[in-house]
Design a protein around this ligand. Sequence first.
Ligand code: SF4
Length: 330
Amino acid sequence: MPVKVGIPRALLFYEYYSLWIGFFEELGAEVIISSKTNKEIVDKGVKNTVDEACLPVKVFHGHVIDLKDRVDYVFVPRIISVSKNEYICPKFCGLPEMVKHSIDGLPEFIDTSIDFRKSDKNLNKTVMEIGRYITKDTKKIGRAFEHAMERYRQYKVNLKMGLLPIDILKEKSLVKVSDSISREKVLLLGHPYNIYDSYLSMEIVDKLRRNNLTVLTYDSLEEDVIKKKADTLDKKMFWSFGRKIIGTALKAIEDDEVRGIIYLSSFGCGLDSVIADIVERRIRRGSNKPFTMLSLDEHTGEAGVDTRIEAFVDMIRWREEHENNLSAYR
Ligand code: SF4
């Protein structure tokens, strides 16, 4: 019987699922992904997490509960840094302990530390440490990682060609997505777990596409383009996702095909309060593109979000018809 590894469909799952699933499958494990976020998962997460936690962390708890009785291990890495000289939100460093102390009856966690802050020299050590939960064969672990990386690179290529991570998860092809591709684009900013979790985002991607708008995210841009733009900030942005979000926003300001920008944030997120503020100032200073900020929490109602999206789309259409996309006040 293969070892069963559970991966919560939450937080950085939407960034790395292709790599993580590929790696464990290459090692011979059976990978079980938690169910799509639903009301039950959110409610259980909220009930089992401290009140101060942000919504994505609460939802992560709900996904672990969804997996706990059906797997041998749950993959909850202690992520400190994913890029040199950069950090991610401190909530990720304490995530394994936080979950272990909040939920009873858990299986063992694969909670290896991932820290590439100084360099990625310890990548091999990290990979071996994770792989040893499944096999002691170091050569097999090395090969599995190489194959998984190959899959991950191809996955990244598909993103640059117009797919979003949720399309690949739904196994949508480029042909199907290109049916809805229009020259009018909307940039969706925010952390991946807010944008790509359809339940939390209230299917914002589908709603925008139904309005004949192509949805871009930072995944649609090349990393070096984002970096170059983010490097123009007076002060270096040392949060990895903050850098991506700001770099993407700055690039979109110059792109005439991007008709508007939406920032999807979690209520109570300290990072978003800083990043979104910088983004909004830059957009308002550097362009006349419609910008809207949607803040999500467990009480957010879909009707309210729909109204905001409708108003946002109306604003884009109105400008096209009446202002030739130029503000009347300029
Ligand atoms: S960045 Fe914000 S939303 Fe994400 S885990 Fe940290 S506090 Fe929560």
